[in-house]
Ligand binder design. Structure first.
Ligand code: 3H9
Length: 705
């Protein structure tokens, strides 16, 4: 019989005078209801047992406790609440020790701070990252952390969401002792017995006085000013500061009550829903159908074809992932430039004091420049990043087919070309896949993994393994013009052009988009990327454009003047003397006016709200088409693409989550209204219509694959 043995979420056992309370809730010991109830019962048990003099709280597996169970947010609360559990731990009349290994995050650190003593192993990670989920520490963290580590340091920890190492935690006062070792139970037991031998007393964090309140309040005021500037519409950061102000000004229990009230406000905010969706969606995109069937191929040595901005960025990513890289360029000058592009990145880090010359030398020892394809005969994986032209890429793949060993993975970094056609240029289409990196490739998190028709499943899993090694966020995409991201971008960019020609200035549109939470608007992005890039694509596609489709020529007029954006000092904006922030340009407005007049358009006013309704409706409608056609596996894959690669405001969860929150019926009604002006462009996606008819949302399609 193979009956599954159910292990309780919290187990207790006596070791002499110590009650060992161990938490078993894989994978990360999140504080679900069973864990909370178990912890509460264990403390009650310890307090009632005269033979117990100390309580040791430890986590089983890889973490101490990674926080509240994020999956419970938004559902009806089930007692006991975490604040109640933490207060009960702190109130215990036996000394309570937390032995921390792995993650002690959010509620996990709050449990530890409620204990009377804390010992950490070197690999411990301590933090209060609730802000990344639109929350604040809601189980006493905002009241206890300032008492343990000081008001300023605690507030900075909560505002940043950063994880501290055990060493940093010790220095900050969050832990009392750091012990080399790997066994939290043995370490914790030894520490508890040491405390008992020294007759250590119960020591409650709530009893620590916050001294120098005037200084603390002044620090908080500075942090509030800074946060108001940086938080860009985020709700919870300023609430965190309010909680800490309460910790300084109010008795402990009143501070806790304030924290509870503000935590509830955060919990009920749409930002929390958006950020929690983003958290799970980013983990979900790595789960793909191929994973069940095919283990990744081995790879250690790779080749990058092309040393331009993209090739160099990918090279840095690969080197940072510990891989051995050969870069191929066509001649001595080009390969020298390629190497210089790679070194520039590391030299930048050295200049900022974030890397040593020795570390750079160790990394560069894994890098080989070459102008001969024959030198990559033994590599396991190749990423081509040459000029974006189908014939050029096909020629490269013919060469790769000639030299590479059987079973080598051959990837192209095209951003919109037909990868099936590239694969068919080789005799081994089963080994060919798309890896669409985003610029700068060593920084941007998104990696679209584009899956052509004939690719073998283990090539797909290899690509996902590479993404993991490179610490990228992978999204599986199908082959079409622009894949997920650039295909949808082309459509909402078109919507922005229509809004401009119909009456809003590019500056008003950018402002509305920033107001929504983006760091930049679409015309600023064009200026940053270089207007010539889009212009070249438009010229190439002119012959195949639907003659009935509306086409806005403003950007072409701007490019005809040689105004390609920041690099030429002007584009949609003016950049006097190399300024990085653009100024409105009356000459651009005159061009827009002239184009309107040419088309007989009488300009009208657009509110920021209407601009965003159109911009988002275009994005969501194309997103629905991308899901409907199977280009994206699920709506959440579209969300992650935009969160990780296109600056979509994380607190809104991604375009599809945003549409769910607005209501799909409202989005569809907008599209139908706009279609009265231009039925060709505003053609509602069949999937969107179907979901509205069935009363469902996009999230209903976010099933595990
Ligand atoms: C909080 O505590 C609020 C309180 O202040 C107040 C309450 C009143 N819950 O990331 P990984 C899952 S807010 C549920 O791939 P890693 C995750 O989805 C919370 N599930 O592993 C994944 O599932 P699957 C504050 C969670 O080793 C699996 O665990 N805490 C939770 O790369 C493995 O995760 C945080 O914000 C959770 N809390 O990284 C910490 N955490 O296998 C959030 C993880 O089905 N967590 N899962 O895809 C993390 O930062 C990382 O997961 C961690 C491990 C560093 C722990």
């Amino acid at each position: 019989m193979n009956a599954e043995v159910l292990i309780p979420a919290v187990q207790t056992r006596r070791e002499g005078a110590v009650l060992v309370v161990s938490i078993h809730n894989p994978p990360v010991n999140a504080l679900g209801q069973a864990v909370r109830a178990g912890l509460l019962a264990a403390v009650e048990q310890a307090d009632a047992d005269a033979a117990v003099q100390a309580v040791l709280i430890v986590g089983e597996g890889k973490a101490f406790i990674a926080g509240a169970d994020i999956r419970e947010f938004g559902k009806p609360p089930v007692p006991p609440s975490l604040p109640e559990v933490c207060n009960r731990i702190e109130a215990s009349n036996k000394i309570v020790v937390a032995a921390i290994h792995g993650a002690a995050l959010g509620g996990g650190l709050e449990v530890a701070m409620s204990a009377h003593y804390r010992v950490a192993l070197p690999a411990a990670k301590l933090g209060l990252p609730e802000v990344s989920l639109g929350l604040l520490p809601g189980a006493g963290g905002t009241q206890r952390a300032p008492r343990l580590m000081g008001v300023k340091a605690a507030t900075e920890l909560m505002l940043s969401g950063k994880h501290l190492s055990a060493k940093a935690g010790l220095a900050a006062g969050l832990v009392d002792k750091l012990v080399e070792g790997e066994d939290p139970q043995a370490t914790g037991l030894a520490y508890a017995n040491e405390l008992l031998a020294a007759k250590a007393a119960v020591r409650r964090t709530r009893d620590i006085e916050i001294t120098d309140k005037a200084m603390a309040l002044a620090d908080l005021q500075m942090l509030a000013l800074d946060t108001a500037k940086k938080a860009r519409g985020l709700f919870s950061p300023l609430k965190i500061i309010e909680c800490v102000q309460a910790a300084v000004n109010l008795p402990f229990d009143e501070g806790l009550a304030k924290e509870r009230a503000l935590f509830t406000e955060c919990l009920n905010s749409p930002q929390r829903a958006g950020l929690v969706h983003a958290f799970f969606a980013e983990r979900e995109t790595a789960k793909i159908p191929e994973a069940k069937a095919a283990a990744p191929r081995h790879f250690a040595k790779i080749a990058i074809i092309g040393g331009g901005t993209m090739g160099a960025g990918i090279t840095v990513s690969a080197l940072d992932a510990g891989l051995t890289v050969t870069m191929i360029e066509r001649d001595a000058d080009s390969i020298a430039r390629g190497q210089a592009n790679v070194e520039k990145v590391y030299n930048g880090l050295i200049a900022k004091g974030r890397m040593t010359e020795e570390a750079k030398a160790a990394i560069m020892a894994r890098y080989t420049p070459s102008t001969s394809y024959d030198e990559i005969a033994d590599v396991d994986l190749v990423i081509e990043a040459v000029f974006e032209d189908l014939e050029v890429k096909k020629a490269v793949f013919k060469e790769l087919d000639r030299v590479c060993k059987p079973g080598a993975v051959l990837a192209t970094n095209t951003s919109y070309l037909d990868i099936d056609a590239i694969a068919d240029a080789t005799s081994r289409p089963q080994d060919v896949i798309g890896l669409h990196f985003f610029s700068p490739a060593n920084i941007m998190k998104l990696l679209e993994i584009v899956v052509p028709a004939k690719v073998a499943p283990d090539v797909v899993t290899t690509a996902f393994e590479l993404a993991k090694k490179m610490k990228k966020v992978p999204v599986r995409a199908g082959v079409c013009d622009g894949f997920i991201g650039n295909r949808i971008l082309a459509v909402y960019k078109q919507a922005a052009d229509y809004i401009m020609e119909d009456g809003a200035s590019p500056y008003e549109i950018d402002e509305a988009v920033r107001g929504f939470g983006y760091p930049m608007g679409p015309f600023q992005v064009t200026d940053l990327a270089g207007g010539d890039i889009g212009w070249a694509t438009r010229k190439r596609r002119a012959a195949t454009r639907d003659p009935k489709a509306r086409y806005v020529e403003v950007a072409d007029r701007i490019c005809e003047n040689g105004w390609f954006g920041q690099k030429t000092g002007r584009g949609f904006y003016l950049y006097p003397q190399g300024a990085r922030v653009g100024q409105a340009d009356p000459e651009v407005l005159a061009i827009v006016d002239k184009e309107r007049a040419k088309k007989g358009v009488t300009p009208r006013q657009f509110s920021a709200d209407e601009i965003m309704r159109r911009y988002m409706a275009a994005m969501v409608n194309e997103g629905a088409k991308v899901v409907e056609e199977g280009i994206a596996l699920r709506p959440l894959d579209v969300d992650v693409t935009f969160l990780s690669g296109y600056g979509f405001p994380r607190f809104r969860g991604g375009p599809m989550k945003y549409a769910d929150m607005v209501g799909l019926d409202k989005v569809l009604a907008d599209i139908n209204e706009f279609a009265k002006e231009d039925a060709l462009f505003w053609k509602p996606a069949a999937l969107l219509q179907k979901l509205v008819a069935e009363g469902k949302n996009f999230d209903s399609l976010n099933k595990a694959v």
